[in-house]
Ligand binder design. Sequence first.
Ligand SMILES: [Ca+2]
Length: 390
Amino acid sequence: MNAVSRTQIIMLAALAVLLAAPLAAQPPLLSSSAPGAFGVRYLTDRAVVTYTVERPEGSDAERFALRVRLPEEVQWGFLGRDAIAGGELGWDDGQAVVQVPFGSGRLHLGWAGEACLPPESTDIPVFLGDRKVATLRARFDLEGMQGSGEAPEIGPGLATPRVELAQTLDPEAVSLSLGMDAVRKWRRDGDALEAREPMAIGPSPRLSLRVDQRGLSASPVARIVFAQVRPASQALRIASDAAPEGVLVEGEGFSDSAGTPPRVDPGSHFGTHGGSCIYSFIGDGSSLEWEFTLPEDGAWDLYVRIACGDVGAWRVIAVDGDIPAGLELVEMPGTGGWGHADAEWWMVRLTGGEGQREALQLGAGKHAVRMTGVLATHMNIDYLLLAKHQ
Ligand SMILES: [Ca+2]
């Protein structure tokens, strides 16, 4: 088909649309007796109009006229949070007509249901056990409620958040995030929703709660509760000359990765074993796996040589596909830098030390350790070390 005939077809189509249009033209969505900036949003029972209109120069008028198209005759209205008296609401040719003051404002013009506005704001308490530790300041809009706030006493650690409801809600309507992570799935428990899985929570997490529910007249959430926060296991620093002999697995020798790949660049950092390390291994859910072979059955401990210029880094550690109890969340210490000086590389021990999870019982042969990064911060790894438990 050549360009001319295509143009003709488009013109014919346009003509057909014109002929199909009703003869009586609809009034415009909005017209104003004074120029300005306007927005109109239609909901099931109302139009919400925002405007900014400056008083024209030389005018001493207090108000100007706004006309807003509605599907049915206007029944009620609000200017800001004040109800508009019925006598001040006009109806003319499919449009609500109302006089409003110059400046910026928000109008609700309703054609159905009761005249109502959502409440402005509410406070949602956050509990750690039976103690109130934070408050989320929540604001309402016509689609629901949204609140956020810091909870410095919660975390770091593992916890299962619970949202106690003041009214029945569809779990799909409730979203709760802690730092970068969000509850993925809720289960109902009486009048509450509880996360199906424990979540890794960083230090001083920011909580954000969103409820998508139209027509709220009060907070649908009574409180957010963390029954308990299980602290992260600590990776303990040991003197580098105290590191035992063992099976050394180069960080840069990982066998599998998922998510954001870490960087490997030989010679990039100071004094690395094998001349390389992995760096920018980020806690965004990315993971790395290392395979290694143990010479004999027994109790083995896991060590890692790390550099971390953040406050710390958090990792979930799986061994042969399972997460041993106590390694669901391991806190690696900040080492004061990213490994550009010897002092910034620390050897840390993950199992078998005082107050730590007991040694790993592993048979001779092939095994795999997988680390999954959570809670946003980065870490560099020179190597892993598996050593017989002493
Ligand atoms: Ca290395």
